[in-house]
Design a protein around this ligand. Structure first.
Ligand code: FEO
Length: 395
């Protein structure tokens, strides 16, 4: 188990979760890492821990550098158990260590672990000295839990932002330039869409608070460490947090006997005719955590379902529950579907979407039983017109 040196005497000592594919419902097709960092200074400081079942990896990596008993401080940037899960074992090994955390962090850790650990709470903006280096703490509440904070080491210019700027990737590489921007952007976007999207305003506040820091390295709690694409990832966070959409569309649907599917394909043809990049996502085959990544940047979100038992298909209902929780705003919406007799699905979808305040320049499309050639042409025309509207949309 090798520790990886980020800068002299600053090491990655985390754990790599190669096999995980479901992170509380988020499909982590590439696995993930739980990153912990060790700063060897007069006060030896561990920043965050790892998920409980990778604790031995963490300990081995620490042991390759120092005796764990000598750890003075453990910074807990965030209570969630993928980062705090090894605290009980680590605190047994270093009983003299003090946990540095936000007031809400202390409360959360006490509730989760019911242990009589030594805590020192830190205020936002507070700085402590650990020897040649110091650590500065900035609270970033709701990015993405109330307790969340970041730690900055000004002497090394390293930001330890915990979940922010993370990506779920298991890799033997530790740095962004070893993997490449394209894949990292994709995984960082998926991470943002599934974990951070509801908290755009708080991300904006966090970015403002961090804007004065001289950052040379961003060492998040998941995935790789940013050292080359720092301005790129901050720019993407600016864009995602201000809900800037691309001139693109996503069509999300499920179908029973193929009619709603035909409508979806004809709609797709319309977007293509308008030269709008578009993706088609059948809920039978695609996971909602991937689809929500398409929603993050799409200017148009079209949702289709046939009517089953006087409402939409359960797959569409499940997706809408997830979508509403993540609250993507500033979208052009469109709703469509086929039906036999009742035809309630389309209206129910539209009603469900009301809290998101999307705009609907085109009325919903309902087609009885099987779409005729004329019906399909109508769907293509709607796709084309929506595409043209999007081109002239300012957002
Ligand atoms: Fe990676 Fe919010 O935990």
């Amino acid at each position: 188990m090798q520790a990886v040196e980020l800068k002299p005497n600053v090491y990655w000592v985390g754990g790599i979760d190669w096999d995980i594919r479901n992170f509380h419902g988020y499909k982590t097709w590439r696995g993930t890492t739980y990153n912990a960092y060790l700063i060897v200074d007069e006060k030896i400081t561990l920043i965050d821990t790892v998920k409980h079942y990778l604790c031995d990896e963490l300990i081995e990596r620490i042991k390759s550098l120092v005796d764990p008993k000598k750890i003075d401080y453990i910074v807990s940037n965030h209570v969630e158990m993928d980062h705090s899960g090894s605290l009980p074992k680590i605190m047994e090994m270093c009983p003299n260590a003090t946990i540095l955390t936000s007031p809400k962090g202390q409360k959360g850790l006490e509730k989760h672990y019911e242990q009589d650990w030594k805590f020192q709470t830190v205020k936002s903006g507070e700085q402590i000295t650990i020897g040649k280096r110091s650590l500065q703490f900035v609270h970033i509440p709701m990015v993405h839990w109330p307790d969340s904070m970041v730690t900055f080491c000004p002497e090394e210019k390293i930001l330890f932002p915990n979940d922010a700027f993370g990506q779920h990737i298991a890799s033997s590489h530790r740095f962004d330039d070893e993997i490449g921007w394209s894949l990292l952007k994709e995984e960082a976007a998926k991470y943002y869409a599934n974990i951070v999207m509801p908290y755009g305003a708080q991300v904006q506040n966090a970015l403002k608070a961090l804007s004065d820091l001289q950052i040379e390295m961003i060492a998040p709690s998941h995935g790789i460490v940013w050292r080359t694409y720092i301005s790129e990832i901050i720019e993407e966070y600016q864009k995602w947090s201000t809900l800037k959409s691309d001139k693109s569309a996503v069509i999300i649907y499920d179908s029973m006997w193929g009619s709603t599917e035909k409508m979806a394909h004809s709609l797709l043809a319309g977007f293509e005719k308008a030269h709008i990049p578009v993706v088609l996502r059948n809920l039978k085959e695609n996971d909602i955590s991937d689809i929500i990544t398409d929603v993050l940047t799409a200017g148009i979100v079209a949702i289709g379902s046939p009517t089953l038992n006087n409402s939409m298909l359960p797959s569409v209902g499940g997706f809408l529950t997830y979508l509403l929780g993540l609250r993507p705003k500033n979208k052009i919406g469109f709703v469509f579907g086929s039906y036999g007799w009742g035809g309630q699905a389309v209206g129910d979808i539209k009603k469900s979407l009301e809290p998101l305040s999307w705009t609907y320049p085109k009325d919903e499309a309902k087609i009885n039983y099987r779409p005729s050639e004329a019906d399909l042409e109508l769907m293509t025309n709607i796709g084309y017109e929506l595409g043209e509207i999007l081109k002239n949309n300012d957002n």
